[in-house]
Design a binder for this molecule. Structure first.
Ligand code: FES
Length: 128
């Protein structure tokens, strides 16, 4: 079963929104951002610099002008559309994308939580 993460209306209020999907002590943690074109991108909430979550304040992933994703730990800036770091200690590295779909105004994971979590583990080199 796929998970509904939020509505487009909720996302539009702040331009970004964190989510947790799955059960147990280690749910899949990601966040959503709106792009200039009005599409939605989803990223794993793990900074490529030091592995910290990007939001020290819940749901706050963007610069004050909403132009870039900003990691709260050491200030790395990422493009909203590509996830590429354009300034900071992980310059040139990328956030990890998650597949989503928008259906009837709701943002959902495009795969099951288990499938998305397996992709996360494979990307980060973690094993079960
Ligand atoms: S952990 Fe994100 S910039 Fe250092």
């Amino acid at each position: 079963m796929t998970a509904t993460l939020c509505t487009i209306e909720e996302l539009a209020q702040t331009g970004s929104r964190g989510f947790r999907a799955g059960e147990g002590e280690w749910p899949l943690k990601g966040f959503l951002v709106l792009t200039d074109a009005g599409s939605v991108r989803a990223w794993l909430n793990v900074c490529p610099h030091a592995g910290h979550p990007l939001d020290l304040v819940p749901h706050r992933f963007l610069t004050s002008d909403r132009a870039y994703i900003q990691c709260s730990s050491h200030g790395a800036l990422f493009e909203r559309d590509s996830g590429r770091c354009i300034a900071g200690p992980c310059l040139g590295r990328n956030l990890r994308p998650l597949d989503i779909e928008v259906v009837a105004g709701e943002v959902r994971l495009a795969s099951t939580v288990a499938e998305a979590d397996n992709a996360r583990r494979n990307m980060s080199g973690l094993t079960k």
